[in-house]
Design a protein around this ligand. Sequence first.
Ligand code: URA
Length: 203
Amino acid sequence: PPPVTDAAAAPATLAELGQALSRCRACPIGQHATQAVAGEGAPGARLMLVGEQPGDQEDLQGRPFVGPAGQLLDRALAQLGWPRQALYLTNAVKHFKFEPRGKRRMHKTAGQREAAACGPWLEHEIALVRPAALVALGATAARALLGRPVAVTEARGQWLPRFDGLPVLVTLHPAALLRGDAELEDAFAAWAADLARATEHLA
Ligand code: URA
């Protein structure tokens, strides 16, 4: 099958979306990544969590949030009593963007170009899963969902409405907890408290 150079055509199912996404060349990063990483979770999930982009582990395994950031997320989900399978987890950008450094692949933050090229995939996922609410994990996700830059440290813990009326809870990306100035345990507790605000949308 030919590459997909424009993500705008709407797939009928999540399976179809995964197929088309795997051939996406709407921006250049897909040609260096191992594979595209589509969202995963319950097709009718009420809550969709959106990260930035797959990391090294996600790129290799083809699943979202399975590396170090995913482990922090799993810890928060366990604390909140949210089964991972009841949610839908995805990313604003579906391919891993990196810079080779020796044998390692260093994460490079996705730019507006990649995020904009990937935006239609995220919108297709939202249209197919039809969640009641969204959680933006970090600035890239918040901007992709809300269509404007968001100062995450100011907006964290708040619900902001999207153009289609869907509420978006803004919080930090889990990787930011690992990089931050605060003690990890303090940062983690504050982050879990942000996420807890979405509990009302789970039932
Ligand atoms: N970070 C993300 O934003 N998404 C993943 O899937 C993994 C790490």
